[in-house]
Design a protein around this ligand. Sequence first.
Ligand code: T3D
Length: 337
Amino acid sequence: MPKPAEGGLHGLTVTEDCPGLFCGGTIDNRPRHSKRPQPARDLRPTGPQRLFVHVGRWATTSGLYEIREGMQVSGETVLVAKSGGVTRLTLNRPDKLNAFTTGMHAELRAALEAAGSDGQCRAVVLTGAGRAFCAGQDLAETRPAGDGVVPDGGSRLEQWYNPLVRLITTLEKPVIAAVNGIAAGAGANVALACDLVFAARSASFLQAFTRIGLVPDASGTWTLPRLVGPARARGLTMLAEPLPAEKAEAWGLIWKVVDDDKLEAEVAAVAGKLALAPTYALGLTKRAIAQSSTNTLAQQLDLERDLQRLAGASPDAAEGIRAFLEKRPPKFTGRSA
Ligand code: T3D
């Protein structure tokens, strides 16, 4: 029985194959009952629960519960749906274009950490509810105080945005952004931190920061010059004009533009394909590409050697090679050993 993790989500709700039938209420941050978990049992959607933890098993004040395939675990501002090895996270503040509040950060972080340690999860999709992907920081939370001073944005970056970007970029499974509408400010840069970015044809990317006297963050000043070059990075950030999805694709900023009504299905198909891929090798690939930005060629060659040793020792490498030689499709487990 896994030990419940410390900390948890706020406002989490759980449904069993039945969106709308919430049994959850408030999530308690304190691991009060973590010392004596009751035996795991199926979650029954009956009445308020207080939940903390993740990784397939959830501790509540009335016991440990198992989140099984097909169940949905939803916070107030981040919806989580697990199916077929794919964890789909939906930013869910559509009235405010899914702008980040502290609560949404907390839920998203916990959901991503849960996806990272969930052996069933082999791909993550991040998208937004309603007409936007995410409008960046909720500016109502950064309203200047009575003395006219804007609350310290650096602290918010330190506490929330920077760990979020680190989490996405170091998660050793593929993270897909399904940009369903405008992605502005940190919302754009969080999307661009994902491994594969699909965007609806009507979507756009807006480095909104300088419009409000701020500098680009959430890794934008690192990602943009690398993806589109410094000239375009300067244009995007200084002029702060929306970049239509088709141009973003043409510039190499994102992977693919998809017709609006096909985005969900196309991303689901790609995520489903990735969920059957050799996850361990994908994670190592992600690590190698991330490290290439600071490595010399000599260092990168050494890294490839080391990672190839790791990948080659995995059951998926044995299966992949065997399947090729036997002229049949491989059946990957995603595991490292
Ligand atoms: O201090 C720190 O925390 C540092 C960290 C900074 C990170 C950042 O992300 S800074 C950048 C913050 N984001 C922005 O500056 C973008 C602000 N939003 C916009 O410029 C526009 O909303 C859009 C261009 C994205 C979309 O425009 P439009 O016309 O399609 O929609 P809208 O009418 O402006 O917005 C619809 C609603 O969402 C509206 O609410 P209302 O009036 O209907 O109740 C609007 O206020 C709200 N909304 C949109 N973006 C935000 C927001 N509310 C709070 N914060 C937002 N960022």
